[in-house]
Design a protein. Structure first.
Length: 120
């Protein structure tokens, strides 16, 4: 759990740094759009990692698996969009849908974990 929380915190740091750099350093509208989408998704899924860690402490042990899917999604989906925004070859975009599926799997795991909670 400590490693997951550390990775999520570093993801938040990276999202802030990359978002700021993109906002001030990119002029191409498409590059800005890619970086904004990446920033939004990275921020959202970074917070989802912390929510999953909290939920795993509330008797929903299955939630501890969700951050792995979220972090893989951040690396693949957001990483591909940031790379495109900063000039990587278009072929890198193949990673984005794989990352998107990883995000969805994380949400499925989180939903299943929530369902496992006893009525409180």
């Amino acid at each position: 759990m400590r490693i997951t929380a550390t990775l999520a915190a570093l993801s938040g740091l990276a999202a802030t740094a990359l978002g700021a750099f993109a906002a001030h350093g990119l002029s191409d509208p498409q590059a800005k759009a890619w970086s904004e989408t990446a920033f939004e998704q990275q921020g959202l899924h970074t917070m989802a990692c912390f929510a999953a860690l909290w939920l795993s402490q509330q008797e929903a042990r299955l939630a501890r698996f969700a951050p792995a899917f979220f972090l893989v999604g951040i690396a693949l989906f957001c990483g591909a969009l940031y790379a495109l925004a900063f000039g990587a070859p278009k072929e890198i975009a193949i990673a984005a849908p794989i990352g998107g599926v990883s995000f969805m799997l994380g949400w499925c795991v989180l939903a299943a974990a929530a369902l496992s909670l006893r009525g409180r």
